[in-house]
Write a protein that binds this ligand. Structure first.
Ligand code: NDP
Length: 293
């Protein structure tokens, strides 16, 4: 393997440690404990795993963790009234509604109901607009985690050619905005992009957020490129069972890339670390205190 491994798990552990230190200072010096409320509607097994690990990480960082598990049949009105209650709760600084929500609930309406100052997922239209105009906002956790790893690896990203594959509101678009803010030349590719391998070959930085197992192969990658793999795909293993893979063919791409994140152990752990960091940031802003860097 030629590529340097970007160890998201180790990096996330260091971010979580810093968050924990900040939380202890807030408690000791100001008597304030940051609080995160996670709301889950229905019984999606993957969502349940995410919510559990978010709750565990929140408590480990010394924060208050509240979980609201609502029945699949919960009405939109009841969900909105819970959000309203959490918006007004001064002990809660971050609110996250785990997506997807059941079909009878309008996800956009739910996201719009969250107080933007408590929107630690950064999906509220106000935060999207602030990010798009380069202003201080809550930044979506997954792209923020990718950016932190890129900055850590490269220092400045200024002038680099970045290709983001995927244009979702939760990963691709905010990722592109963050890279643009860091002065990359950014291309957003998607399912209608012509000659995707050719577009990706221009990149110094590739962020793959597609949801197609092992799609990006070595012949798409310019030697030395940094590859961030956001994809989480469960595939059948030879001989039975399943395993997680990314959108990037790790073994193949590692031969030519300059640096690469693994799946699992790359972007995933950074996403949770950034959620904790965003909650502390929201808490500091709510109390007029200095934010963590
Ligand atoms: P979406 O399904 O919302 O978006 C996928 C994007 O990929 C779309 O923009 C789509 O294009 C594009 N796409 C689909 N097929 C192709 C193709 N053949 N060539 C080029 N582009 C294509 O997914 P998300 O953004 O929510 O998630 C992407 C992946 O990241 C998933 O595997 C998800 O599980 C993972 N993920 C991981 C997280 C983590 O913490 N590590 C957090 C969030 C997501 P179009 O718009 O044209 O349809």
């Amino acid at each position: 393997m030629a590529a340097k491994l970007i160890d998201g798990k180790a990096f996330a552990a260091s971010v979580r440690e810093r968050v924990g230190e900040h939380v202890s200072r807030l408690v000791k010096e100001h008597g304030i404990q940051p609080g995160l409320a996670v709301v889950l509607v229905g019984e999606n097994p993957a969502s349940e795993v995410y919510v559990r690990s978010k709750g565990k990480a929140t408590k480990e960082a010394g924060m208050k963790s509240v979980e609201h598990k609502l029945d699949e049949k919960t009405s939109e009105a009841d969900l909105l009234s819970l959000i309203d209650e959490l918006n007004r709760d001064e002990t809660i600084h971050g609110i996250l509604v785990q997506l997807p929500v059941p079909d009878h609930i309008d996800a956009e309406k739910v996201l719009a109901a969250i107080d933007p100052a408590k929107d630690v997922d950064g999906f509220h239209i106000s935060n999207v607009g602030l990010l798009g105009t380069g202003q201080k906002s809550m930044v979506p956790c997954t792209p923020l985690g990718c950016l932190m790893m890129l900055r850590d690896h490269h220092g400045s990203l200024s002038g680099m050619e970045a290709v983001v594959i995927g244009r979702s509101n939760i990963v691709g678009k905010p990722m592109a905005q963050l890279l643009l803010k860091d002065s990359c030349t950014v291309t957003i590719a998607h399912s209608r992009t012509k000659d995707l391998p050719g577009v990706v070959r221009r990149a110094d930085i590739v962020v793959a957020a597609v949801g197609r197992p092992n799609m990006v192969t070595a012949d798409w990658i310019k030697p030395g490129t940094t590859v961030i793999d956001v994809g989480i795909n469960r595939i059948e293993k030879e001989g039975g069972g399943t395993r997680l893979v990314g959108d990037v063919d790790f073994d193949d791409v590692s031969k030519v890339a300059g640096a690469i994140t693994p799946v699992p152990g790359g972007v995933g752990p950074m996403t949770i670390a950034c959620l904790l960091a965003n909650t502390v940031t929201a808490c500091c802003r709510a109390n007029g205190l200095a934010e963590p860097e």
